[in-house]
Structure formats: C-alpha cells, structure tokens
Write a protein that binds this ligand. Structure first.
Ligand SMILES: [Mg+2]
Length: 289
C-alpha cells in the first residue's frame, strides 16, 4: 500500500479525468465520521462538509455509500443534495433510486420481512447483555458490541453462537466488522453491486473509493481499474492500493483531490485542439442525452 496523500499516480489520474466525470465514492462511519463508542452519536468529522463542497466545485460527484439507513445518514451530515446509498446500496437518493439493475420490489419486500424476524430473534438471544445493541435496519440487522464491558465477552460469544445455530436464522449470512456483526439476507446485494450499478449509471472517467471496514472491500473490488481505492488505516489484507493513516486525513485527501481536479487535464503535445467552423473550440465532455 502507498500513502494516498503523496501518491503522484493519484494526482495524474485526477488531472487526466474530466470534470463532471469524477466520482468520490465514500463510506461514512470511520471514513468521513470518526468512530464513536455509541453508533447513535456519530456525526460527520470536522471539515468534511467543506471538503465535499470543494470537491463538488472541482467537478466531482460525491456519493456516500453506507450501512446506515438513508434517513439516519441524512441526520448526521448537513450537506444536501448528495447521491446517497443507504443499507449498503439497497436504497438510494439522487438519480440512483430508479437506476435499472437493482433488486425488484418483490425481493426487497421479502428481505425486509426476513430481517424483521431476524432482528426479533437476535434481540431475544443477545439483547439482554449490557452494552450490546441490536439494530434493525430495513435490509439487514446488526449487533453492535462496542459498549459491552470486556468481562461480558464470554457470555456474548455463547449467546451469539446460540443465535448462529438457531433454525430461525438459517440461510442468513453473518459478517463481522469493527465491533459489529451484521446479519444479511441470502440475496447478494451490497456495496460491491451498488458500486457497479453506480459506475454503469454515471460512466465516470475515474472513481476514488474510500472506506475503512470489511464491507468496503467489496466496493474496492468493484471499482477495480476504473478507479483508485483508499483505505483508512494501513492493512496487509485489503484490495485498496492506497491508504491514509487516520480518519481525519480524509479531509486532507478531499482537499488534495479538489485541488488536482481544478487543474486542466493533461493533453498530448501532438494533439491539436479541434475547432468548429466558427473557429470556437467545441465544449468538453459528451453532449447531454
Ligand atoms: Mg466504515
């Protein structure tokens, strides 16, 4: 992994991309918001909203893709009008809500039903342990245990194992994150599929994806060569090629990306600018469709 803040290749790729055709695709918690002991108290980090505004001015489309629900996310960041994917991309705003290729309404209904039942069962199994919070989201359930005292760990492990063996949760998928277990439906739709959908919809020249946790690895894989992936925190086990040391460095990265974005794209010396009959240069980018 290379440090994102001093990577010349990242600058070059930004400079070679067209304004309006750049996407900054970011996770929220741990990436744009500091991790706090109580997930209900998380807010976007200092300077994040100003960083988003700078990126937008420099021709970036900023997209947030989070495990939080959309309503929940909106209460934690003041910037309006962003494209947001909630519930790992099961629900969208800003021109993505009706993008083709998403799970059907029928599939969504059945997933919501199974998640409701799963959350009820999880509460019965682990909800009584102090510091453990069962969160029912629309499309998955989550068990947070960041606030759990360490001496309750063995009890928690036993209760979780019993939940995992319960026939009522059979067929659902478990995924571990940072002090969180997520319980997902068997329908495979997450940040990876959501990132692919986004790329198909907006056809960007460049995507810079940023995240800090297990779910973001799917997003990094989906972005692939179309973009650059930046992880918060260095790791040997990641698909991201770049890293920033800590969450607060994301604001520095956003400012850097905005400043590169303002520069004119690099052109080949041999290419002559095309002119129209009137002698004017044609506008950049594709015509609107
Ligand atoms: Mg995160």
């Amino acid at each position: 992994m290379k440090p994102a803040l001093s990577d010349p290749a990242l600058r070059r790729r930004i400079e070679a991309s067209r304004p309006g055709r750049r996407i900054f695709l970011s996770d929220f918690d741990g990436t744009l918001a500091p991790i706090v002991p109580d997930f209900l108290k998380a807010r976007s980090g200092r300077g994040v909203e100003a960083g988003i505004a700078e990126l937008e001015k420099a021709g970036w489309r900023v997209v947030l893709l989070t495990g939080r629900g959309l309503k929940d996310l909106r209460s934690r960041i003041r910037t309006k009008g962003l494209v947001c994917g909630g519930n790992h991309g099961w629900e969208w705003t800003g021109g993505m809500a009706f993008a083709p290729g998403q799970p059907s309404a029928q599939v969504k209904r059945s997933v919501r039903r199974s998640v409701r039942n799963a959350a009820r069962l999880l509460r019965a199994k682990v909800g009584h342990i102090p510091g453990v919070q069962v969160e029912e989201k629309l499309y998955f359930a989550a068990v947070h245990y960041r606030l759990m005292p360490a001496f309750r760990s063995a009890e928690f492990e036993r209760a979780l194992l019993s939940a995992r063996r319960d026939p009522g949760l059979a067929g659902l998928r478990w995924r571990a994150g940072k002090k969180i277990w997520e319980l997902l439906s068997p329908v495979r739709w997450g940040k990876g599929e959501a990132a692919r959908l986004l790329i198909r919809r907006f056809r960007p020249d460049l995507v810079v994806a940023a995240g800090d946790d297990t779910t973001d690895e799917e997003m990094f894989a989906a972005v692939g060569k179309k973009g650059v992936s930046v992880r918060v925190g260095r790791s040997e086990r990641t698909r991201a090629g770049l890293y920033v040391e800590r969450q607060t460095d994301m604001v520095r990265l956003m400012r850097l990306m905005a400043s590169c974005g303002r520069l004119r794209p690099v052109r080949s010396r041999t290419s002559r600018p095309r002119t129209t009959r009137s002698g004017r240069r044609p506008s950049r980018g594709r015509s609107s469709r």
